[in-house]
Design a protein. Structure first.
Length: 299
């Protein structure tokens, strides 16, 4: 019988299942800080990481909704006749599938169908980061490719192109200002009556930075490399264009895409977005702190 355990992610009850034979797997430690004990309510998302075979029809039968090559692997997404969605990771050189998952049409359940990665379940767990933006969005949360930093009880998200230095910037805040890195790669955000809240999650890319915390969201920062450290607030039209490339959502799902745009519109009406041009040095922390906490003592 599978082992199940309950966690709270972005304020939502999720339930994970795994095989007893996989007790030695290393990935569950990432969920430990998020675990719930004695949960009374039913989970809104169920994730079954016990491999349960493959569907009768191979995904090649159906045109891909999305196809993206990344290094040695290619990720594809396919719609099945029953409305479910099949997620597949294949070796780019041979097109051999090594990982398959399935989500139901209502974004309530994720099932692992195939895992030939020989990674003790770690690859399957990390692959969930491809799927979670849709799971969160179905429940009113949006996900950004961003580092999430908490300072003095509120958080800000740092967006940047891959390799530009968002995790480096987050670590400067940790090292120079005693800030907390809630996540080094993903920011999951939800609207509240008074503003927005940002959540740490177990998926943090290659940064290895994640905490089971949430904080009121203060601002977004779009980071660019430059020879000097400067920060300026963007106008709403500029802010939308700057943030949209960092928004993660299932673009093939029209209803969810419209929901994502409605949420980002609400976010931009209530939160500032800044462009930070900077060097990767400790002075940039002081520059951004003066902007984000201009009405407070930053000493």
């Amino acid at each position: 019988m599978p082992h199940t355990f309950d966690v709270r992610l972005a304020g939502l009850h999720w339930q994970f299942s795994k095989s007893p034979a996989g007790l030695w797997q290393i990935w569950p430690w990432k969920l430990d800080p998020f675990r719930m004990h004695g949960a009374a309510e039913k989970p809104c998302v169920c994730v079954d990481l016990c491999p349960c075979g493959t569907p009768a029809d191979m995904p090649e039968t159906f045109p891909p909704l999305l196809r993206k090559a990344s290094g040695f692997f290619t990720n594809t997404v396919h719609r099945l006749p029953d409305g479910d969605v099949l997620w597949q990771m294949s070796r780019t050189s041979t097109e051999q599938p090594v990982l398959r998952m399935r989500t139901d049409a209502g974004w309530r359940r994720v099932s692992l169908l195939l895992d030939e990665t020989a990674s003790a379940g770690a690859a399957a767990f990390e692959y969930l980061s491809q799927i979670t933006p849709g799971l969160f969005l179905q429940r009113g949360r949006i996900t950004f490719h961003a580092a999430l930093v908490e300072y003095r009880g509120s958080a800000f998200a740092v967006c940047a192109d891959s390799g530009t230095g968002k995790t480096t910037h987050a670590r400067l805040w940790r090292d120079c200002a005693d800030a907390l890195i809630l996540n080094g790669d993903r920011a999951v955000c939800a609207p509240t009556e008074t503003g927005w809240t940002a959540f740490g999650t177990p998926w943090s890319g290659t940064s290895g930075e994640q905490l089971a915390r949430c904080a009121p969201l203060r601002a977004f920062v779009v980071l660019e490399r430059a020879g000097e450290n400067t920060a300026c607030r963007l106008e709403p039209s500029e802010a939308f264009a700057a943030l949209l490339p960092h928004l993660l959502y299932p673009s093939w799902e029209r209803a969810l895409a419209e929901r994502a745009l409605a949420l980002i519109d609400d976010l931009l009406r209530r939160l500032p977005v800044y462009r930070l041009r900077c060097r990767p040095d400790e002075q940039v922390v002081a520059v951004l702190r003066r902007v984000l906490w201009e009405d407070e003592d930053a000493d």
